[in-house]
Design a protein around this ligand. Structure first.
Ligand code: AMP
Ligand code: MG
Length: 416
């Protein structure tokens, strides 16, 4: 089965989470489920864009013009507190309300004082250095639409228009369970024959980096009854569940068996034409239709399988419509070797930009157990079935870490 086919299979069983109200301060990264309208104009009143003098433009058609100062307005003063009549002016600061009668602001730099008069040296037209009410956002205007993801600037806009809460899709809460009798957690001496659990910390971190809520469910033994209980419990509690291990052809690969029993018709055990990350067990489980991803045990396979299947599904549940990673074309600076096996190979590569040109080279250690190379890689190169690619060939890459796209130059001060 192709990646696309497997993805379609998974995505067709996932549902968007039910939207709810979130305080704007907690909404960073969420996707809106309804449009946002501003009830207020922004700016809320006509105000000055400069420190200077509020004037009637008709008074300063010919310059220099001598005007009588009748007061001053500061940011925070009541609009309308000062009035400017013919031949008059008022000192005004940036953000202060434009006095009634005035229609323009002359910069303080273009004025001077002379015998107690204010002398305006430059003619200003009506509206000069004035920010009209609603210049940014009009009252009643739609500022965001459903599907927009809230970034820092969106939160600033929400604050500016006094929107205290938004209707948005929640972050999926995802339980992560490792399976395998060989696994131990944390530091400390390693008992003979055992292996440290790296998938669970890795997957928890992937989830958090992607803006989801990750819940550590610990490890489970390779025991069908134990697995059945843990999976059923997790499916009741969380929006989605990730397991790793127990989905290949081994005698103790019980996740696929148990998921098949619990999920019945809904369960599938997929062989995806990709390397790494070939096997995937997937099912939705009653009573809530919770998607459970039985990811492979090999560390790189678990990571890649999350990227290929779980991440897009969780993004869908969280309201996103762009589900994948940025896909770009790069030149391979070195050969990307492989042999034909009917599968798409996802090769861990280092990505760099030079004069706008993307290039990649493979990292050493492409086995599905070779975790360190994954930490060195910034992208996955898609090497199609066949004899591989030569140096200088173009290749599609999925960017995992956008850092290298910033280019080679560094703005950091050099350390003494
Ligand atoms: P399995 O599919 O359960 O046979 O696992 C495949 C390989 O991945 C085996 O070498 C396991 O020891 C290894 N593995 C499984 N789970 C983990 C894990 N949580 N952390 C690190 N390696 C694992
Ligand atoms: Mg196992």
């Amino acid at each position: 089965m192709s990646i696309d086919e497997a993805r379609r299979r998974v995505l067709s069983s996932c549902r968007r989470l039910s939207p709810r109200e979130f305080p704007a301060s907690e909404a960073l990264g969420l996707v809106l489920a309804a449009s946002v309208r501003s009830e207020e104009p922004l700016p809320p009143f006509a105000n000055s864009a400069m420190d200077g003098y509020a004037v009637r433009s008709s008074d300063v058609v010919s310059v220099p013009a001598r005007l009588r100062e009748v007061g001053a307005v500061m940011a925070g003063d009541l609009p309308g507190a000062v009035a400017v009549k013919e031949g008059e002016t008022a000192r005004i600061m940036t953000g202060a309300p434009l006095p009634s009668g005035a229609d323009a602001v002359c910069m303080v730099e273009h004025s001077h004082l002379e015998d107690g008069w204010v002398v305006v040296e430059e003619a200003v037209r009506a509206g000069t250095h004035v920010r009209p009410a609603g210049d940014d956002i009009e009252a009643g205007e739609e500022v965001f639409v459903a599907g927009d993801q809230l970034g820092a600037s969106h939160l600033a806009v929400l604050a500016a228009i006094g929107a205290g809460s938004v209707l948005a899709y929640p972050r999926p809460r995802v339980g992560v369970l490792s399976t395998g009798d060989e696994l131990v957690s944390g530091p400390g001496p390693l008992p003979p024959g055992k292996l440290r659990d790296s998938n669970r910390p890795g997957l928890l971190a992937q989830l958090r980096a992607d803006g989801f809520e990750a819940v550590d469910l610990g490890t489970a033994a390779d025991d069908a009854a134990v697995l059945a209980r843990r999976l059923a419990e997790a499916a009741e509690r969380y929006d989605a569940v990730l397991t790793s291990g127990g989905v290949s052809m081994g005698e103790r690969d019980l996740v696929k068996v148990v998921l098949g029993q619990l999920g019945g018709q809904q369960a599938s055990w997929l062989q995806v034409a990709v390397k790494p990350a070939k096997p995937l067990a997937f099912s939705t489980l009653a009573p809530r239709g919770t998607p459970v991803f039985g990811l492979p045990g090999n560390p790189v396979s678990a990571f890649v399988s999350y990227e290929l299947f779980a991440r897009p599904a969780l993004r869908y549940m969280a309201g996103h419509s762009r589900l994948g990673r940025p896909s770009l074309r790069a030149l391979s600076a070195e050969p990307l070797r492989r042999v034909p096996d009917g599968r798409l190979h996802l090769v861990r590569v280092i990505l760099w930009v030079d004069g706008g040109q993307l290039s990649v080279r493979p990292v050493r250690g492409q086995g599905s157990h070779q975790l360190r190379s994954l930490a060195q890689a910034s992208a996955l190169a898609l090497v199609p079935d066949g004899d591989g690619l030569s140096a200088g060939d173009e290749v599609e890459v999925w960017v995992l870490d956008e850092g290298p796209l910033a280019g080679g130059e560094s703005w950091a001060p050099s350390q003494p």
